[in-house]
Design a protein around this ligand. Structure first.
Ligand code: MLT
Length: 403
């Protein structure tokens, strides 16, 4: 008999976005989707041109590519180092090309002992928690608290300006996501420096999800944790082309695992996390397709950069419409300035899932804050990733809400 991994039984319900999709489909009707953060703008022309050329290459004897390097082609890793990490001392062999930041942030926990104590912000992108539950690191789920016993939750609410306090108990691994999913808020350089200093002092590792960095428009907001001195000794960073260049259906991302980063074994001996991730990658992954990597590489051309900037400006324009629309009807909201996500307080303190149902009846789907953790209760997330027309229509529907 194949005995199951019983940690799966500790997962609560279904994955947040699957649950929402189920409810939206069951509801039916003309629903404008501002729920899951899936993009709607087409791929930048520079990307499609590069991918078409790559397809043609693959149809020739000279241009055909079989298995590529598991870690990604050198030309893409070099382009990432030169463009995304210019001046930060990140080397191409510290960059691992993958098929998504969701997979990377979910898989990375495999490198660590099941005894590691993890800390997450609350509300939080559910992948960080669920993958640790699957690995048996989370403890028991308490439905009253909507929380797991062995996870340290760092609450973020309007009261603390959505800025979490440093943990007041010992933790080994801290997940940070900035610009934040789901609240759309950011940390300044000084604020992120406090986290790096904390990790250096305590020996904790920071898993920094920067999937939304391209949306940063304000000064003094770090795009990478490696802008902070010393971060190469304490942090792994994740990035993605999904929200940046419209790759949600194409799939390409990368993780940066500096060679200076170590974890310790049970005898306290240090081991390179770069070497471990390399071993994992080569064993379990056969690399991102050549055609896809050529598309990602085109993001770094002058045309690619300009086209991506235009797309992101477009989404930020939608975010502005959402923010203004909400404010005009007296709904308090945050985010949407350096982020595609707008986080709002539900009217009259309505529970998040009740507001989800109420809004669905009005023809708009969003994401209930409680789905991201207990501190998300009473909040709700909208994305700026729909078309301009649908965003405007959604805000019209909001203005007709009578709550
Ligand atoms: C979200 O809506 O939070 C994201 O689309 C989820 C993801 O990127 O996996």
């Amino acid at each position: 008999m194949a005995q199951i991994n019983e940690h799966y039984l500790g997962l609560k319900g279904s994955y947040l976005f699957s649950e929402m999709a189920k409810r939206i489909n069951a509801h039916g009707g003309d629903i404008i989707k501002l729920g899951i953060g899936d993009v709607t703008r087409p791929l930048p022309p520079a990307v499609t041109e590069a991918m078409i050329k790559a397809v043609n290459d693959m149809g020739t004897a000279d241009g055909f590519h079989g298995y590529g390097p598991e870690q990604g082609y050198a030309w893409l890793r070099e382009a990432v180092a030169a463009n995304d990490y210019q001046g930060m001392g990140i080397e191409p062999d510290e960059i691992f090309i993958s098929d998504g930041a969701k997979c990377d942030t979910g898989n990375i926990q495999e490198l660590f002992s099941d005894k590691c104590r993890i800390a997450v912000l609350d509300p939080v992108y559910p992948v960080y928690v669920d993958t640790n539950v699957m690995a048996g690191r989370a403890g028991d789920y308490d439905p009253e608290k909507n929380a797991y016993s062995n996870i340290t939750y760092l609450p973020c609410s309007a009261e603390n300006g959505f800025k979490p306090s440093l943990p007041d108990t010992d933790v080994d691994i801290i997940y940070l996501c900035y610009p934040n999913n789901p609240t759309g808020t950011v940390l300044t350089k000084a604020e992120l420096s406090e986290w790096v200093a904390y990790a250096k002092k305590t020996g904790a590792l920071i898993l920094f999800d920067a999937a939304y960095e391209a949306f940063i428009r304000e000064d003094n907001i770090p795009h990478s944790i490696y802008e902070i001195d010393g971060a190469k000794e304490v942090a792994i960073e994740f990035r993605s082309y999904s929200k940046t260049a419209g790759f949600t259906g194409v799939r390409c991302a990368f993780a940066v695992v500096p060679k200076t980063l170590t974890g310790t074994d049970s005898n306290g001996q240090p081991h390179s996390l770069n070497a471990m991730w390399n071993r994992r990658h080569t064993t379990k992954f056969n690399g991102v397709p050549y055609i896809t990597q050529k598309g990602a590489f085109a993001c770094y051309s002058e045309e690619g950069k300009a086209q991506i900037r235009e797309t992101i400006d477009f989404y930020l324009g939608n975010a502005g419409i959402i923010r203004e629309g909400l404010k005009s009807i007296g709904i308090e909201c945050w985010g949407g300035v350096n982020s595609p996500y707008v986080w709002l307080k539900t009217p009259g303190g309505m529970p998040s899932w009740d507001f989800f149902d109420r809004l669905l009846d009005a023809g708009v789907a969003g994401t209930p804050g409680a789905g991201f953790g207990s501190a998300g209760e009473g909040y709700f997330r909208l994305t700026a990733f729909n078309t301009r027309e649908n965003t405007l229509r959604a805000m019209e529907r909001f203005s007709l809400l009578r709550i």
